[in-house]
Design a protein around this ligand. Structure first.
Ligand code: SAH
Length: 555
């Protein structure tokens, strides 16, 4: 049995525009093979344990060849029998995404596949710039065209001319010139001078309005207006670079009135949120709604405690790692977190057991969220305290007419002793541990370093962030050695001439600005060289307000 390959459209960049189906698959993927245009926020949604394979590597300007990508997909399907292989592409996989070629290869190799369409950049990037691709009375059709043709793909293609790469001479320019609908060119910037000239030669009005929308849906989104006759010179003057959409036709003018995105208070800002994944989503959603691009970068992570290798179990009576052979000694199992539930079952299954070992046992949960998590494993709770606290759970269990030594608590290494104090004869198994994150995934480093600011809600987040960032910049110890200069140099022009020796504070090689909750957090950030903006109150509401005020003042 081979794995299944999912050809997934990641949409144009905004993580909110990924489909639910796409997200569902990414969350359980064993391997994710992704392209350059996929945003870091979407990569952040992938199963943290997935093997991440970047086939659009930019730093060396070596893109993995299409034939090699096809081969890789088949190889992963064989390496992960029954597994989930996500092939994640920008926009829609079948709109100039070569998804069809990959699918054909999978069919030939007998690999099952599914296509998860995505929102194509061709219509959504203009929409974010306030340009509708069709509009009553202005355009009754729209046409999506490639502005770049691979030399081998058409016998009509002329050899590359000086400065012109793979000119799309195979296009039917007379037909396009006479077509009254909106023309949308993908991959067209490099050849736009040629394309515009050919369209005018074939009779298209030189005054046709045109917009280039560059780096759509990123903090660097920019709309540059021109006309057909000024297209080439505008690209040169304004230095329009890929990725960009070129859109031609009367609808372009609506963008002047309808541009909505760039007016949002945090438009153009990329912010790193360092909260733990579960707590981050609230603040991330609010910052995103205000127009920011958010890179969630939790500074702690949880890991299953594997009994044999455990070093985190305190040497205290009644506390140990899991020993499934001993489950028969307990009548009641109590869970105090969803992490505990997940780690317990993951390890139970890995050890070769299934839920039948719980037959006849009573199950207790600290609250509703943990109760719901248990239900996902087919387990209904017998006991949930009304007040949803550890103390409430302890009192509830203490009141039951059972021998307390037959109660088993399944918790993390940082759980406090509340339950053990109320139930001194109970046994506690530490099934997961919480650790500081030691490094950032490779795909995230550039996004974090290039961000405008970091959001910190605790001193430990500041300390962890700084030690992670410094671990990439310590002399000699940099895992990035070769690409280091590029990594730092690319984030802004001012940092280009920084040399390695001067990079001694985290703030000199990461965003300089920190938004902080709490004075302790603020002073930790200052100590590491950040400029700080601190919320008036210790709430997320107050911090979000402060962030908006800060950027309002700045502009
Ligand atoms: N399958 C993709 C298109 C791949 S071709 C889709 O459906 O969107 C790559 C081209 O798409 C780029 O050269 C550019 O023209 C366009 N593009 C993709 N993402 C873009 C973005 N965020 N901003 C501007 N153009 C983008």
């Amino acid at each position: 049995m081979k794995g299944t390959v999912y050809l997934i459209g990641a949409g144009p960049g905004d993580p909110g525009l990924l489909t639910l189906r796409g997200k569902e698959i990414l969350e359980k993927a064993d391997v994710v093979v992704y392209d350059r245009l996929v945003s870091p926020a979407i990569l952040g949604m992938c199963n943290p344990k997935a093997k991440m394979v970047d086939v659009g590597k930019m730093p060396t300007h070596h893109k993995v060849k299409q034939s090699e990508i096809n081969r890789l997909l088949v190889q992963f399907a064989c390496e992960f029998p029954g597994g989930v292989i996500a092939r994640l592409k920008g926009g829609d996989p079948f709109v100039f995404g070569r998804g069809g070629e990959e699918a054909l290869e999978l069919v030939a190799a007998g690999v099952e596949f599914e296509v998860v369409p995505g929102i194509t950049s061709a219509i959504s990037v203009p929409a974010y710039a306030g340009i509708p691709v069709s509009h009553r009375g202005i355009a009754t059709s729209f046409h999506i065209i490639t502005g770049h043709e691979k030399a081998e793909s058409s016998s009509n293609v002329i050899p590359a001319q000086a400065g012109i790469s793979s000119v799309p001479v195979g296009l039917d320019f007379p037909a396009l010139a006479h077509c009254p609908g909106t023309l949308i060119f993908l991959m067209g910037v490099a050849n736009m001078d040629f394309i515009a000239r050919r369209l005018m030669e074939c009779g298209k009005d030189p005054k046709t309005p045109l917009a280039f929308i560059e780096k759509g849906m990123t903090p660097y989104q920019r709309t540059v207006m021109a006309t057909l006759e000024t297209a080439g010179e505008t690209i040169a003057r304004e230095n329009v670079t890929a990725p960009a959409i070129t859109i031609m036709g009367g609808v372009v003018e609506l963008g002047q009135t309808l541009a909505w995105k760039k007016n949002l208070p945090l438009a153009g800002k990329r912010l790193v949120v360092t909260r733990a994944a579960k707590q981050a989503s609230g603040i991330s959603a609010r910052l995103t709604a205000l127009g920011a691009e958010v890179i969630e970068t939790p500074m702690i992570e949880t890991r299953d405690v594997i009994p044999a290798t455990s070093s985190v179990i305190p040497a205290k009576a009644g506390i140990s790692s899991a020993d499934f052979n001993a489950l028969a000694n307990f009548d009641i199992l109590a869970f105090t977190s969803t992490n505990g539930v997940e780690s317990f079952f993951r390890q139970l299954f890995a050890a070769g057991y299934d839920v039948r070992v719980l037959a006849g046992k009573k199950i207790a949960s600290v609250g509703k969220i943990t109760e719901k998590k248990l239900l996902e494993y087919g387990i209904r709770c017998d006991y949930v305290p009304e007040d949803h606290t550890g103390e409430g759970l302890g009192r509830l269990l203490a009141s039951l007419l059972v021998d307390h030594s037959r109660i088993l608590l399944l918790q993390g290494n940082l759980a406090d002793d509340t339950l053990l104090k109320l139930l001194p004869q109970a046994t506690r198994w530490v099934v997961y541990e919480t650790l500081p994150v030691a490094e950032l995934p490779e795909w995230k480093r550039e996004a974090v370093v290039g961000a405008d600011a970091v959001v910190f809600a605790s001193t430990s987040a500041v300390e962890n962030f700084c030690s992670v960032i410094l671990s990439y910049t310590t002399l000699g110890a940099s895992p990035l050695s070769g690409s280091y200069a590029l990594w730092v140099g690319e984030r802004s022009s001012e940092s280009k001439d920084l040399n390695r020796e001067s990079l001694t504070t985290p703030a000199s090689c990461s965003p300089r600005l920190a938004f902080c909750i709490g004075r302790m957090t603020e002073s930790a950030a200052r100590k590491h060289g950040f400029e700080t903006v601190t919320s008036d109150e210790t709430t997320m509401d107050s911090l979000v307000k402060k962030i908006v005020e800060h950027y309002k003042k700045e502009s």
